[in-house]
Ligand binder design. Structure first.
Ligand SMILES: Cc1cc2nc3c(=O)[nH]c(=O)nc-3n(C[C@H](O)[C@H](O)[C@H](O)COP(=O)(O)O)c2cc1C
Length: 200
């Protein structure tokens, strides 16, 4: 059975353009796959804490060395990873804020990158352990950057996911949303059509 995990990161909650595109894809996907299990995580509503030395120390320590607070930190990260591991298809809503990914997403990434759990180092280099997944990213931006050097967001997200083993990643862009009402509408129409056809 297919398991679908949607991760929204817009500060505008369900009203964000990235969230709405992700929602649209998910609705179409679920219509085509009525048996699919579905989980939705909203990182703006339920924020993952910033990584700290204490939190990272808990990830790096041996289980028998952990105190109660550190065990809770590891259990929290384990739960995020278990949710991800269980998913075959991951849908990510990705707004651009100040030239980067939402800090909520960075904090989440910092809690799912775990040596020996989601990646490991081998003689031939790092190996991602979260394999066999398909990821769809719905990126919303006020300006237009895709394919240019200013789009560090795409390479960052792609490289991070690949590092963890998720190398089948498809991006849909809704760009130019702040340029003019016409540009916004044209871009959203195109992105919605892409979302629809990807779910088909
Ligand atoms: C705090 C903030 C920072 C933004 N920074 C950028 C930016 O650097 N580049 C850009 O193209 N658009 C920027 N935008 C516009 C957003 O990318 C655009 O509104 C997009 O729709 C956000 O996704 P969302 O609607 O899913 O939240 C910014 C918007 C906000 C609220």
């Amino acid at each position: 059975m297919t398991t679908l995990l949607q991760i929204n990161t817009s500060i505008n909650n369900g009203n964000g353009q990235s969230s709405q595109l992700a929602d649209q894809f998910v609705a179409a996907f679920r219509e085509r796959n009525p048996g699919a299990q579905f989980t939705k995580r909203d990182l703006a509503k339920e924020a993952v804490p910033h990584l700290t030395a204490e939190r990272f120390g808990a990830f790096a320590a041996k289980p028998e060395q952990l105190d109660a607070a550190q065990r809770a930190v590891v259990a929290y990260s384990d739960a995020l990873i278990a949710e991800l591991k269980a998913a075959d298809v991951i849908v990510l809503g990705l707004p651009m804020y100040n030239f980067g990914v939402p800090s909520q997403l960075k904090a989440y990434f910092d809690h799912i990158a775990r040596a020996g759990v989601t990646f490991r180092y081998t003689a031939s280099g790092p190996e991602g352990l979260l394999t066999g997944k398909k990821v769809y990213v719905f990126a919303a931006r006020g300006g237009i950057y895709a394919g240019s050097a200013l789009d560090t967001q795409t390479s960052y997200v792609r490289d991070f996911l690949r590092f963890l083993g998720m190398d089948d990643v498809e991006f849909v862009y809704a760009e130019g949303l702040a340029i003019s009402p016409e540009a916004r509408e044209a871009s959203l129409v195109k992105a919605r059509a892409q979302a629809q056809s990807l779910a088909a």
